[in-house]
Design a protein around this ligand. Structure first.
Ligand SMILES: Cc1cc2nc3c(=O)[nH]c(=O)nc-3n(C[C@H](O)[C@H](O)[C@H](O)COP(=O)(O)OP(=O)(O)OC[C@H]3O[C@@H](n4cnc5c(N)ncnc54)[C@H](O)[C@@H]3O)c2cc1C
Length: 388
């Protein structure tokens, strides 16, 4: 399915960008504690435009490439071969902007895809992680059509650099609590960073906790319609989860490639490492994981492109995220072991993947939550639909 010449050309182009532009920056980023110098960031951005890898599946008129889900999967797979979040410097934006008004798209989406600003997405709260029903952030309507937001959001990726924050809140309308997404300009009075602790990975940006106190936004800052927040978020999750599956597959490919080079080049105990079954079998298991994950992910992408039932695609995207993220963690652990003491050095890709891939079992819904979704989908969509 991914052997179409169009896909192969895209794959080769992105692979070249990854090999020539991104991978050489990883160790510098690691040793610098995450962020790269401004001129290097600018270099990545310029090259991203040159190679045509910016903007993902966003519409061409907004500055994207209008990629199909399969094309997007192929690109994300290549970006997954990198560590240290060096691909975060490629201009991009969250997919919910597709459902925003032309005015919001003009203000936030188009500049984001030009690389002029960043967005962030704030859903999680202290008491609302896996179970969003515990969310307490509210949006109270004013008589003049504006809204007043109050609440606190945790783990806001890009929260320290974003110009606009997509905030999920309950709109309080006629005694109802309607889940709604708001585009909140980051410089609006009442937004403060209340925590910004270091995380396990060495990435360009942190994941701060942001507090919103009487933050006033206009009626035009609602994304989609009032009460549409959960539907839009489900679409966001489907795409993000498939993206994690794709990047996990790419990570496995690089782990196996580099570890094969090492295992076929190093001799211990009178034989190449690869000639010891204790080394070759984990590599064989990793290859099976990577190949199976790729097929599953591409199948889900093809279903999305063919217009399959979004609920089925949602269930299968969860299955792909679950399998690929767990598999990539297995592969990273095996690779690190095969690298021996060198596998514990931060200058070795296996070490960085081993740390960085851990979060893929947590964010965009933990593995346990993916299992709940898959189990529910088996019941509601049917076993055959989920497996064939
Ligand atoms: C680096 C990082 C970046 C992030 N970026 C963002 C972001 O940009 N925007 C955003 O909104 N959020 C973000 N998140 C939040 C992330 O999505 C949540 O951490 C995740 O959904 C889990 O929620 P929680 O941390 O509250 O864990 P909890 O929900 O408290 O879960 C704790 C444990 O209990 C398990 N558990 C919970 N419920 C069940 C159940 N019903 N059955 C079985 N097990 C269960 C979980 O699987 C987990 O193992 C980020 C998180 C991290 C670590």
């Amino acid at each position: 399915m991914a052997t179409d010449p169009r896909y192969l050309e895209l794959q080769a182009r992105v692979a070249e960008f990854v090999d020539d532009v991104l991978i050489p920056l990883e160790v510098t980023a690691e040793l610098a504690g995450g962020p790269l110098p401004t001129d290097t960031q600018y270099h990545v951005r310029t090259k991203a435009f040159e190679y045509g890898v910016n903007g993902g599946p966003h519409a061409v008129e907004h500055g994207g490439h209008g990629w199909s889900t399969t094309e997007w999967f192929i690109v994300e797979e290549q970006l997954g071969r990198t560590t240290n979040g060096v691909s975060w410097y490629i201009p991009n934006a969250y997919n919910v902007w597709k459902h925003a008004s032309p005015a919001l798209q003009e203000r936030w989406l188009i500049p984001a895809l030009r690389g002029d600003l960043h967005d962030a997405y704030a859903v999680t709260e202290a008491e609302a992680g896996s179970d969003p029903s515990g969310m307490t952030t509210t949006a109270r309507p004013l008589d003049d059509g504006r809204w007043v937001l109050n609440g606190e959001k945790w783990f806001v990726t890009f929260g320290s650099v974003a110009s606009v924050i997509v905030v999920m809140a309950y709109a309080l309308v006629d005694g109802e609590r309607l889940p709604t997404l708001f585009a909140v300009p980051a410089d609006t009075p009442g937004i403060e960073t209340v925590a910004d602790v270091p995380f396990t990975h060495t990435y360009p940006h942190g994941h701060p906790t942001l507090r919103f106190t009487d933050v006033i936004v206009s009626g035009g800052d609602v994304i989609g319609a009032v009460g549409e927040g959960e539907d839009l978020q489900r679409m966001w999750f489907t795409e993000e989860r498939l993206g994690i599956a794709a990047r996990s597959v790419g990570a496995m490919q690089r782990l196996i490639e580099e570890t094969m080079d090492w295992a076929t080049g190093r001799v211990q105990g009178g034989a190449r490492l690869i000639d010891h079954q204790g080394v070759s079998f984990p590599l064989a298991d990793s290859a099976a994981d990577a190949a199976a994950g790729r097929l599953l992910g591409l199948e889900v992408a093809a279903m999305a492109d063919a217009g399959a039932d979004p609920k089925l695609v949602h269930g299968k995207a969860s299955m792909a995220k679950l399998f690929c993220s767990e598999a990539a963690n297995r592969c990273a652990d095996r690779a690190l072991q095969i690298w021996g003491g060198r596998g514990y050095m931060r200058t070795t890709a296996a070490e960085r993947f081993w740390r960085e891939l851990r979060v893929d079992r947590i964010w965009e819904g933990t593995s346990e939550i993916q299992r709940l979704i898959v189990a529910r989908s088996l019941e509601r969509r049917g076993v055959l639909a989920m497996l064939t």
